[in-house]
Design a protein around this ligand. Structure first.
Ligand code: GDD
Ligand code: MG
Length: 348
């Protein structure tokens, strides 16, 4: 069994964070995001993994290398231009010899993959698609099934009046190599608008797997990127490793760091500073009486004296001036510098 991770999207909805860091390696609890998926695959015994890249591929290859540091073997395909989700799978055809697990490269889940593989085998399916329930399916691919789990309808980004169920495509598939023949070579083609509707027309064995009691999130927007941090810090996700809760850092005894927060190596937290339910990347400095809550700070960011950051994402190497107030929903790109007393986000 092998796996392909679709990691070539531009991550537009996560801008400005993805201007210098492609979405697959944005840090999640201080580890490059794709390691969450690599862990899930390795746990299911899948170590032959291909990363399908297009946007800023070198940065991803530099971070993950041949995979030996993470107990897997990584290969890479790089599309000259984005080929679409199914086009990317077709583009990797030469590397595909057997049923393949395909992951959208922006989901975190503690799915029991082995259960999905067993079901796929038992049904001799051409394709098995994992489903997740969500409150509002409009941003996803809606999937309707019959009582035996056969897919009846696949509708990408449904309109409000088209939504009859709450089960969506969780971006995890097991594909039999025979479906490669249904994908045109050398053109942009997607699973969602192309292959999946086509499998239905062909009346192929296209099944859904509905896991129970499983965590699932697509981290592709700032709100959900923050949400996955809240969930990981609170221990709501099983089997996903995070960075060390507390690395080697300098903290004044008069600083307050709550039990949920995660602080990487080389940080400096000055007296009277407070860190609540937040993640600080390597080498962050938090000055006296600064307050950071429900936020994620990427490495080497400085927070000035008396500044407050709440419900925000702060990119790499930023400077938040003294007494600045960075409110809920703020997302600062790398190297942003906020003048002292700046106010952003939150209600005025
Ligand atoms: N290699 C490659 N080439 N990868 C691509 C390309 C491409 O041309 N286009 C998209 N991807 C990757 C993205 O990097 C991402 O990891 C994944 O494919 C899905 O693309 P998104 O742009 O994040 O799609 P989405 O979130 O709007 O919708 C998809 O995911 C939902 C679940 O999160 C669809 O598959 C929906 O049906 C699904 O519900
Ligand atoms: Mg997505």
């Amino acid at each position: 069994m092998q796996a392909l991770i679709l990691a070539g999207g531009k991550g537009t909805r996560l801008r400005p964070l993805t201007v210098y860091t492609p979405k697959p390696i944005v840090p999640v609890c201080n580890r490059p995001f794709l390691l969450c998926q690599i862990d899930t695959l390795r746990r299911a015994g899948i170590t032959n993994i291909t990363l399908s890249l297009s946007y800023q591929p070198l940065k991803i290859e530099q971070q993950l290398g041949d995979g030996s540091d993470f107990g897997v073997r990584l290969s890479y395909t790089v599309e000259p231009q984005p080929m679409g989700t199914a086009g990317a799978y077709k583009f990797a055809e030469d590397l595909i010899r057997e049923p393949t697990v395909v992951f959208n490269g922006d989901i975190v889940t503690d799915l029991d993959l082995e259960a999905v593989l067993r079901e796929h085998d038992r049904r001799k399916a051409a394709a098995t698609i994992v489903l997740a329930p969500v409150e509002n399916p409009s941003a996803y691919g809606l999937v309707e099934t019959d009582g035996d789990g056969r897919v009846l309808r696949f509708l990408e980004k449904p309109k409000a009046d088209e939504i009859k169920v709450n089960t969506i495509n969780a971006g995890t598939y097991v594909l039999d190599p025979r479906v490669l023949d249904y994908i045109p070579a050398g053109e942009n083609y997607s699973f969602e608008y192309g292959l999946f509707p086509d499998l239905l027309l062909r009346e192929e064995a296209f099944y859904a797997h509905v896991p129970t009691d499983t965590y699932w999130i697509d981290i592709g927007t700032p709100a959900r990127y923050l949400q996955v941090h809240r969930d990981l810090l609170a221990g709501r996700v099983r089997g996903i490793e995070t960075g060390r809760r507390l690395g080697d850092f300098d903290s004044a005894t008069a600083a307050e760091i709550d039990d949920l927060s995660m602080i990487a190596n080389g940080c400096v937290i000055k007296p009277g500073a407070q860190i609540v339910n937040s993640v600080l990347g390597e080498g962050c400095h938090v000055e006296e009486k600064a307050y950071v809550e429900n936020s994620v700070l990427w490495p080497h960011t400085r927070v000035g004296t008396g500044a407050s950051i709440s419900g925000a994402i702060i990119g790499r190497g930023c400077h938040v001036g003294r007494s600045a107030q960075v409110g809920a929903g703020s997302v600062l790109g790398d190297k942003t510098s906020l003048t002292d007393y700046t106010q952003t986000g939150g209600a005025l």
